[in-house]
Design a protein around this ligand. Structure first.
Ligand SMILES: Nc1ncnc2c1ncn2[C@@H]1O[C@H](COP(=O)(O)OP(=O)(O)O)[C@@H](O)[C@H]1O
Ligand SMILES: [Mg+2]
Length: 283
């Protein structure tokens, strides 16, 4: 596959759903503003140490977002889904208690039961998108594999996952970082590419993890559509940067798009990690 390549000018180092989007709107607004500020400072040629305050702030916003996601995912799973299940059972019991002659009422109850079940399934998907228990419990490669399988099932897009020599244990922060990059990249494939399949590859390359998300869809002109107009690509880049990683975007109209992400394995995190924050420098 031949793509035009575009290395996103890095900072420092060389630098789901409607409900999900509604939740935490203010946080995302803040994040978007901060991403714009980071991009502006890069444009103005500030060096890495001058970015440390923004970088830490961005790390804190991501941490808040992740905490919020976890909280909403738990609430959906432990509270709303359970309540929906109880309603579904009551509908079934009600239907069973009616005599066979009440066919209309039984049909109506059956329809309601199906709608409630569908709603429950959607809530389950939403909760998984916000927080992957497979990622948390089984680790990076199983977490991404499970997500690709779910995406294939739910989004009408065949996603094939390949892995090679991925360490069984990576830090939770790094795993979450790459997981969110995969989510964002596949969201872009679905939203922009018109492709009907995509590949996700994860492998160890020397001391780094190398992630690729490839589609052979309509692609885009990197010069005409400078990445960064939306915040998806920019946020992938900043997320990786927090852990000393890098992002490259390759794309060519009518050929497809490939994103490459590199993350040093077990590198000491830069200034900040999502779960263990250092104090903010004085302003
Ligand atoms: N896989 C893809 N196929 C085609 N175009 C893409 C793909 N990924 C990104 N793009 C292009 O890059 C732009 C920026 O993407 P992004 O930063 O995620 O913002 P958004 O998705 O909000 O538009 C998109 O608007 C689209 O034009
Ligand atoms: Mg996007």
């Amino acid at each position: 596959m031949h793509f035009g390549a575009h290395k996103i000018s890095p900072i420092g180092k060389a630098s789901s759903n409607r409900i999900t989007e509604a939740a935490g709107f203010s946080l995302r607004l803040l994040t978007a503003l901060l991403l714009m500020r980071l991009a502006w400072r890069r444009f103005m040629g500030r060096n890495r140490t001058e970015h440390s305050y923004e970088t830490q702030l961005y790390g804190r916003l991501l941490q808040k977002q992740e905490e919020e996601r976890l909280c909403i995912a738990r609430e959906i799973h432990d509270n709303y889904n359970q309540r929906l299940a109880t309603v579904a059972i009551s509908l079934e019991e009600l239907s069973d208690s009616l005599s066979d002659s009440c066919t209309d009422a039984k049909e109506k109850l059956h329809e309601l039961f199906n709608r409630i079940s569908e709603l429950g399934a959607d809530m389950h998907i939403l909760s998984h998108t916000l927080h992957s228990s497979t990622l948390e419990n089984l680790g990076l490669a199983p977490g991404i594999r499970a997500f690709c399988a779910e995406f294939t099932e739910q989004q009408n897009l065949q996603v094939d996952f390949f892995q090679d020599d991925v360490p069984a244990v990576t830090s939770q922060d790094q795993a979450l970082c790459l997981f969110r990059v995969v989510q964002e990249a596949l969201k872009n494939v679905k939203k922009h590419s018109d492709a009907d399949r995509a590949e996700v590859r994860l492998e160890r390359s020397g001391g780094e993890l190398h992630l690729q998300v490839v589609d052979r869809g309509k692609g885009f002109d990197l010069k005409a559509h400078a990445p960064g107009r939306g915040i998806g690509i920019r946020s992938m880049q900043e997320r990786l940067h927090l852990f000393g990683g890098e992002l490259e975007v390759h794309s060519k109209p009518r050929v497809g798009t490939r994103i490459d992400a590199w993350l040093p394995i077990q590198s000491a995190p830069n200034e900040v990690t999502l779960y263990r924050l250092k104090p903010m420098p004085s302003m």
